[in-house]
Design a protein around this ligand. Structure first.
Ligand SMILES: Cc1cc2nc3c(=O)[nH]c(=O)nc-3n(C[C@H](O)[C@H](O)[C@H](O)COP(=O)(O)OP(=O)(O)OC[C@H]3O[C@@H](n4cnc5c(N)ncnc54)[C@H](O)[C@@H]3O)c2cc1C
Length: 450
């Protein structure tokens, strides 16, 4: 008789949970996964994928503006939100099916219900108790809205993906990448868009030149960006929301989106009963192998608040499967994790920012280039692309690459490989560029900033 019902019981079939479950099963483990809401988790249903589809949709607006310089003319411009959302939903349900198949093919048993932890080896689900040698917490995160008068009228990114209509006026609150991306989406689709952020400049933690360049570009496009500004109250009058700001101004909108933070989805999960330690913000405390303070309970992905990104959750899931069921204890690597902001225009970044390098007292050279993209020489659009390299003076290693411009997210992926290989500036310089492209600028920057 086996001591436990399963070798691994995973709570949450999102990016991390699905990867950990199916790879563990491929190593011969008997695995079950519980999912209470949607297969594929945040990324597939209310995160990366639907967001990127909406970003694509929003870019067509610019293409209409730009086509005349290339000799094209188009008929009446019309956008139908309902068509976009219906098509997006169709694609998401296809992806839900793909995830179901992936788990089934791997021999992972799926419980489509909420699971809670009872003790170090037991979960409760559907009124039953199930035992497992290891329990994996992969419950993800959830958007949070601060409490203030009228905050109940605000929506989060979850609802934004299912709005019945495109709001003609919208306020986006928050300066993280989700807020910036939604401001670009709404603006690009034709909504009058205001973005508020209580700090000096949005995208805290990104390189200063990315933050400044993107703010300039968004303003040029017509987004009403207001920094050092927050909402103190929201009043609802019929179908209109009235937001009173910290500077006393009042602005009206049809919808107000709060993208001011996400919290781990750990409340009421029974973790405290099992003795699992949580941080003040609810994140599960884990060691470098994703083990919680209870030996048989592990946690990966957003609920550990390490780096809230899909590829990171997947890498943590993969490392965990290797550690527990492949005899290869593996620590996930967080070295040079590239990220993109799918704003208009995109930002891409990998490695140290100039500010981080200086805070570490590193001796650095900084290379920066700002230019009008070739495409816009004919469109007349006043847009600049910015690229930047941070180089260690002592060994010539490239420590960081940063870009604002078309396809920055695509370009930075290859640069992340170079940084992980320890590429030097001299090696960047000896690499032949792809011409004509924006990316070639990364291998042709020769003048250090003073
Ligand atoms: C708007 C938005 C845009 C984003 N864009 C990007 C992007 O462009 N690139 C990127 O890398 N990342 C992006 N992210 C972040 C990314 O979606 C997350 O980092 C990733 O989904 C985390 O994976 P996870 O496995 O930790 O959690 P999730 O994918 O959230 O999965 C957790 C799952 O657990 C389930 N669950 C929770 N509690 C229980 C329970 N008690 N019982 C059963 N099931 C439970 C949930 O229903 C959910 O399906 C975005 C996020 C948002 C919100």
């Amino acid at each position: 008789m086996a001591q436990f019902d399963y070798d691994l019981f995973t709570i949450g079939a999102g990016s991390g949970g699905v990867r950990a479950s199916r790879v563990s099963a491929s190593f011969g483990a008997k695995v079950a996964v519980a999912e209470e809401r949607y297969l594929g988790g945040t990324c597939v249903n209310v995160g990366c994928i639907p967001k990127k589809l909406l970003v694509y949709a929003s870019h067509y607006g610019e293409d209409f503006d730009d086509l005349a310089g290339y000799g094209w003319s188009a008929g009446e411009r019309r956008f139908d939100w309902a068509t976009l959302i219906a098509n997006k939903d169709k694609e998401i349900s296809r992806l839900n099916g793909v995830y179901r198949k992936i788990l089934g093919d791997a021999g992972v048993e799926l419980f489509e219900s909420r699971a809670e932890v009872v003790d170090a080896h037991t979960v409760a689900i559907d009124g039953k108790q199930i035992t497992a040698k290891y329990i994996l917490i992969a419950v993800g995160s959830w958007p949070t809205v601060p409490k203030f008068p009228g905050s109940e009228h605000a929506m989060t990114s979850n609802e934004a993906f299912y709005l019945p209509a495109l709001p003609e006026k919208v306020i986006v609150v928050g300066g993280g990448y989700i807020g910036v991306e939604f401001a670009g989406i709404f603006h690009g689709l034709g909504a009058q868009t205001t973005q508020l952020y209580r700090g000096e400049l949005f995208l805290r933690g990104f390189d200063g030149d990315i933050r400044k360049t993107l703010a300039d570009e968004m303003r040029k496009r017509g987004v009403d960006l207001r920094f050092k500004t927050d909402i103190v109250k929201i009043e609802k009058n019929g179908g209109v929301l009235k937001a009173t700001l910290t500077d006393g101004n009042v602005i009206e909108a049809k919808q107000i989106l709060y993208a001011t933070g996400r919290g781990s989805k750990t409340p009421n999960l029974g973790l405290e009963n099992a003795g699992v330690q949580l941080k003040d913000n609810g994140a599960v405390v884990v060691d470098e192998y994703s083990k919680s303070t209870v030996d048989s309970i592990y946690a990966i992905g957003d609920c550990t608040d390490r780096m809230m990104l899909t590829p990171v959750a997947i890498a943590e899931g993969m490392a965990l499967a290797n550690t527990l069921f492949n005899n290869q204890p593996t620590k996930p690597s967080y070295l040079n994790v590239p990220t993109a902001v799918f704003s208009s225009p995109n930002c891409g970044t990998v490695g140290l920012t100039e500010e981080q390098a200086r805070a570490r007292n590193l001796k650095i050279d900084v290379y920066r280039s700002s230019f009008k993209p070739l495409k816009h020489t004919l469109t007349g659009r006043d847009e600049r692309t910015m690229m930047k390299l941070i180089v260690d003076q002592t060994n010539d290693k490239v420590l960081g690459c940063h870009m604002v411009g078309a396809e920055a997210g695509e370009i930075v992926q290859g640069l992340a490989v170079a940084l992980n290989c320890g590429a030097t500036k001299a090696q960047f310089d000896m690499t032949i560029g792809v011409h004509p492209s924006a990316a070639e600028e990364f291998v042709t920057m020769r003048t250090k900033l003073a």
